[in-house]
Design a protein around this ligand. Structure first.
Ligand SMILES: Nc1ncnc2c1ncn2[C@@H]1O[C@H](COP(=O)(O)OP(=O)(O)OP(=O)(O)O)[C@@H](O)[C@H]1O
Length: 318
């Protein structure tokens, strides 16, 4: 594959990439460029083509047409040189060895690779690696006897072992409790803040708000939205007006601008296309206690932009 010089500045470039499985077109003319030192969330409903795109990015799958460039070279070369760290969604950690032994082994393998391509100096010391992944206190523990969150941080350390320029994290926090998610994100942020490039997928949209500089939403093999969280939310028309509603609910759906309403826990939430008119009518009715007007949440934007309407969206409320 010929890689253009302009592509060298980008971490990832998909150009007109298509990949089918039989008659299913999983990725359909994907064009996507990701700059270095950014943190990008890849979202999409089930079957949108995210895993297929990531598979091509990591050189595990070949496109039927189009090109994929990774760190200015081919995916295969970038991966072979240890410049990409990938964290699979699951997979058991090897048993019978300590975390230190496991990481030491992985680091050594990466150091050999790195020496072969003249970047041995980049490979971090074992202690530094464990510190980055926040697992120093786990060094002496058996790798197969860790909690889900601890094991995930060890997997992150494995992904970091070759001092990658890019890490690809496929649903890194699925199944972890809030504390474990926070710890893992602190580790990921440490890497990103040091100039690393992160591409991640997730089921938790609040993580996207907190940790992504940019969001790419895929649907049916294509990019359907691309921008900041704020920008994507703005694409969804309408606002939510909420206020305290003690007692019986009056008919809120007939208020000007209101598309739908829900009442629960002593509070009413109105989805409206004209928040000014709705608020005015509420004021006339004396319903303004703790009144708040907010834009669409990322989840609503996601549902509107993809074909996941009605179905449970990735990024639902689990
Ligand atoms: N090995 C395969 N054989 C046949 N079809 C496949 C294969 N892998 C994926 N597909 C199909 O390709 C499409 C895209 O799947 P892909 O796994 O890339 O989507 P995804 O966005 O990662 O979905 P999910 O969020 O469910 O993991 C889907 O229609 C899927 O059924």
């Amino acid at each position: 594959m010929t890689v253009q010089t302009t592509e060298a500045a980008s971490a990832v470039v998909f150009a007109g990439v298509t990949r089918s499985y039989g008659t299913v077109r999983a990725v359909d003319g994907l064009d996507l460029r990701i700059d270095r030192a950014t943190s990008v969330a890849l979202l999409g409903p089930n079957g949108a083509g995210k895993s297929t795109a990531i598979g091509m990015l990591l050189g595990l799958l070949q496109p039927d047409s189009g090109t994929v460039a990774l760190l200015g070279t081919t995916p295969e070369q970038a991966v072979r040189a240890g410049r990409v760290g990938a964290m699979p969604q699951s997979g058991r950690l090897i048993g019978g060895v300590t975390v230190r032994e496991l990481l030491g082994f992985v680091r050594l393998a990466y150091a050999r690779k790195a020496r072969a391509v003249g970047r041995a100096a980049a490979v971090p010391a074992l202690s530094e690696l464990m510190e980055t992944a926040r697992i120093t206190e786990l060094a002496g523990r058996k790798a197969d006897r860790l909690s889900g969150g601890q094991a995930q941080r060890v997997r992150f350390a494995i992904a970091m072992a070759g001092a990658p320029d890019l890490v690809v994290l496929d649903e890194p926090t699925t199944g972890l409790d809030i504390e474990a998610r926070r710890e893992l994100w602190a580790a990921i942020r440490g890497y990103a803040d040091g100039g690393g490039t992160v591409l991640f997928s997730t089921h938790y949209l609040e993580e996207v708000d907190d940790h992504a500089d940019r969001i790419v939403v895929m649907d049916r093999g294509r990019v359907v939205a691309d921008g900041t969280s704020e920008g994507i939310k703005r694409r969804v028309p309408g606002r939510t007006v909420s206020f305290d509603l003690p007692g019986r609910a009056p008919s809120l759906d007939v208020l000007p601008g209101v598309l739908s309403s829900e009442v629960g826990g002593g509070r009413a939430r109105l989805h409206t296309t004209d928040s000014d008119a709705t608020v005015l009518a509420l004021a006339e009715a004396g319903l303004v206690r703790n009144l708040e007007v907010t834009g669409a949440r990322l989840e609503e934007a996601f549902l509107t932009l993809t074909h996941a309407h009605g179905a449970r969206a990735e990024g639902g409320s689990r």
